[in-house]
Write a protein that binds this ligand. Structure first.
Ligand code: MIG
Length: 795
């Protein structure tokens, strides 16, 4: 019998119905199977604080690209009574009510974390299957990856369907990447939900209603995980345990990157590179957009524009510059074009149900598309980079992989292999970009035998294992600059730490002020690349006049000084999934202030540096400082936390604050990561009262030797109460490239210098040069700060 939600609602014979009452329950090795009037549910715990639930009319074998492996059920105690079953672990009590079936999850304090709406619970509406949850009055929602809108997603609904969204705004949904994972926050607790289904899904966080939040799939089973932890960091760690973490990126890919649609011919590319060097503006990566190819055919070079690619790439290399080329998924249908002929004879292209190759128009004209969900096709694709790798290309930029095609509609009847679990566009579309990036990553990693740079526009949950993500075709506006900060912060909450935006804005011309401000914010973005659309004003740092150039140069230098700190943050991310850019909501989820529109863009860059992004026209900025004490990075002025402050914020002065007790390693600026930064590592310590441990990590930056402990790793502990700094000694097998370590103390009294590993130290006062060792005053005209920083240097 179908349990009617409301007997009067019936749309053309389709009446929404729920799972209904439990008819039978069985358990095998911790896996509980419930058969109900209208469907089936499997429920298990895969560890004490992660619940795995699957619901469908009839459950079948499941397959997931997002998970790093299959997670088995653990055995948990189950108490079966007439109306309910309670499954208990050391962290959770999961109650399954039987008549009708609905679930609630409580922590050990008896507080409800998440609970089905008792009436709607899990509902079919046509083929759409929805899980409804009671919404808490104070509940907030963060994450869901690359989604526009506010930090707190309450009151909004979103769809996951990878889409080429040129000219998107703060309201456009969906855009390029889909990550069906969010974090709910209420009653001083938090939880995560990961919906593991790549078909189109919808999330409603109390949009147009005050009763429930919900998530649904338009087809297939509802397969989801409820993740519990005491804090948001713990939830992200567990989510990335399920879906994977980002392997250490090449150090050079964290330097400054310059792009444009498109630099050509070769002489123009070399000119850009030389101008960076002449102007002493650091640069590690230059990009070649679609014009480098012959007729937009992937894996080819345009012979007129780039007659000797290897020679050009070698010349760039000698300047310390790596080259990244764009690679689109569409392969031109053209007789005798090797990629087409191979793909055709090996049958690696996506097909229609009648076995003919699917086709769509893109840049090269009519194209076929590799089935990246087929293992053999992925390997073939990966090997196709051989020529480019031999020429010396080190970075691979996967664009248009939503996929984007002229006309925007990739038909729904295309067959995807799904690694032996054939399906159609309905499940394949959202997975296409991620599997393309995977094929690119796996292939180029093998060919290079070094860490490749892979950048993708589309992706799905788990994309962080293969590629960096950029947020597509943004627009040169203040609103977009701020939206970009939120997108990066939200991607970080959703497992993707290595991400960035087109700094300066892709679409439309930026004003000098906007470009300048964006470069200062871009400095604190994990992936730092300026890019510009065809026929628009260029976006090199010197394109907007002298003042902009001076400020951009200063901030890019600052980026390079911070590389030891940034690299250590990526190292931490590779082990824990904790992002590099951290929305304040990650550390302070229960503070109402961090969600206010005025403050929602603030984030920590790494563990210790608070950035308060401001618009281009602002002269002053209101900043909310969270708990603890904070130092203004520009002048060492100390502020108490948990207050709103007003600071000067002209273009050269992005509001940057350092948490008291912080340890921040910095190096002298270099023109590229190929250049030796010199002998001295500067370890900045900001006086505080609490104990703080910092893990400093260093390796060769390019190879995989670190997997065999060829790294330098040291724990630095600063104990404010004991006024002692402790160095653990190297825990790896590699010596540090820095022979000298200089400790730079901020906010300390010269009369009470800290001890070093318990021993007395001497120091000498230094006027201000510590934070900005070489460059802050090189152009005083524009931005010498009024106050001087008082620091003490311990050699
Ligand atoms: O149809 O390759 O988002 O970064 O410059 C546009 C040209 C194709 C879209 C990308 C953009 C890139 C552009 N591409």
């Amino acid at each position: 019998m179908v349990l009617l939600l409301c007997s009067t609602i019936s749309v053309f014979g389709q009446t929404p119905f729920t799972l209904g009452n439990v008819k039978s329950h069985s358990e095998e090795k911790g896996m509980h199977l419930f058969k109900t009037e209208n469907g089936e549910m499997e429920l298990s715990l895969i560890q004490s604080d992660i619940v795995h639930i699957r619901i469908d009319k009839k459950l079948e074998e499941n397959f997931s690209y997002s998970l790093v492996k299959n997670f088995e059920a653990i055995s948990a105690q189950a108490n079966d009574s007439e109306n309910q079953i309670i499954i208990s672990t050391s962290s959770l009590d999961v109650t399954v009510n039987k008549n009708p079936l609905y679930i609630s999850v409580k922590n050990k304090d008896g507080k409800t974390i998440i609970a089905d709406d008792p009436k709607f619970n899990t509902t079919w509406n046509g083929t759409e299957l929805t899980s409804y949850h009671t919404i808490f009055d104070d509940e907030k929602f963060i994450g869901l990856g690359e989604k526009t809108g506010n930090l707190n997603r309450r009151g909004n609904a979103y769809t996951n369907w990878n889409t080429d969204a040129f000219g998107y705004t703060d309201k456009t949904d969906p855009i390029y990447v889909s990550i069906p994972f969010y974090i709910g926050i209420h009653d001083s607790l938090c939880y995560g939900v990961f919906l593991d289904n790549s078909s189109k899904s919808n999330f409603n966080f109390g949009a147009s209603n005050t009763r429930f939040s919900s998530f649904s799939v338009e087809s297939g089973e509802l397969d989801y995980y409820i993740i519990y932890d005491k804090n948001v960091e713990g939830i992200i760690e567990k989510y990335t345990m399920l879906t994977g973490r980002t392997p250490l990126p090449a150090l050079w890919s964290l330097g400054f990157q310059q792009c444009r649609w498109s630099y050509f011919p070769d002489s123009e590319v070399l000119n850009i590179a030389k101008t960076f060097r002449e102007k002493e503006i650091p640069l590690d990566v230059l990009y070649l957009d679609i014009h480098y190819m012959e007729g937009y055919k992937v894996f080819t070079w345009d012979k007129n524009r780039f007659p000797e690619p290897k020679k050009m790439l070698d010349e760039l290399k000698s300047m310390g510059i790596k080259t990244t080329v764009i690679i689109d998924p569409g392969i031109k249908v053209e007789k005798n074009y090797f990629a087409y002929e191979q793909g055709k004879s090996l049958q690696h292209f996506l097909k229609y149900p009648d076995g003919t190759f699917a086709e769509a128009g893109v840049w090269p004209g009519l194209c076929h598309f590799p089935d990246f969900t087929n293992d053999a096709a992925r390997k073939w694709w990966g090997q196709s980079f051989k020529g480019l790798v031999n020429d010396g290309v080190a970075g691979f930029w996967n664009d248009m992989n939503e996929p984007a095609t002229w006309g925007q509609s990739f038909p729904s009847n295309i067959i995807f292999d799904f690694d032996g679990h054939p399906t159609t566009t309905i499940n394949g579309r959202n997975m296409f970009g991620m599997q393309m990036a995977r094929a690119t990553y796996e292939g180029t990693k093998q060919l290079l035998n070094k860490r490749p740079l892979v950048l993708t526009r589309a992706g799905f949950a788990g994309i962080q294992r293969y590629s960096a993500v950029w947020t597509g075709d943004n627009t040169a506006s203040d609103a977009h600059m701020m939206l970009g900060v939120r997108l990066v912060n939200s991607l970080g909450l959703s497992g993707v730490a290595n991400c960035g935006v087109d700094v300066g804005g892709f679409n439309e011309d930026a004003s000098a002020a906007l470009y300048t401000r964006w470069m200062t914010i871009g400095t604190f973005t994990p992936f730092f690349r300026a890019h510009k659309m065809i026929n628009m004003k260029a976006s090199e740092p010197w394109s907007y006049g002298e003042e902009t150039e001076a400020i951009a140069k200063y901030y890019i230098h600052l980026r390079y000084r911070l590389l030891p700190y940034l690299y250590s943050a990526f190292y931490e991310n590779s082990l824990t999934g904790i992002p590099v850019n951290r929305s304040l909501a990650m550390m302070y989820p229960h503070s109402d202030m961090v969600y206010k529109e005025q403050y929602q863009n603030e984030f920590l860059f790494g563990k210790n540096i608070l950035i308060a992004p401001v618009t281009s026209d602002a002269k002053m900025a209101k900043v909310y400082l969270t708990k603890g004490e904070w130092y203004d990075f520009h002048n060492d002025k100390k502020y108490a936390g948990e207050q709103e402050i007003l600071v000067e914020a002209p273009l050269y002065r992005l509001p940057i604050f350092i948490k008291a007790g912080s340890i921040i390693p910095m190096q002298p600026a270099v023109m590229s990561c190929d250049e030796n930064p010199g002998d001295t590592l500067y370890i900045h310590i900001y006086k505080g009262s609490e104990m703080n441990t910092y893990v400093y990590y260093e390796d060769d930056g390019v190879s995989y030797a670190f997997e065999n402990a060829a790294y330098f790793l040291e724990e630095i502990t600063y104990d404010g109460a004991k006024n002692n700094i402790n160095f653990s000694g190297n825990k790896g097998k590699l010596n540090s490239k820095f022979k000298v370590r200089q400790i730079v103390l901020h906010g300390f009294d010269p009369k009470s210098l800290p001890t070093l590993n318990g021993k007395k130290t001497k120091g000498h006062s230094s006027k201000s040069t510590a934070i900005f060792p070489e460059h802050i005053y090189w152009n005083e005209l524009y931005y010498a700060p009024k106050e001087m920083v008082q620091t003490i240097v311990l050699d």
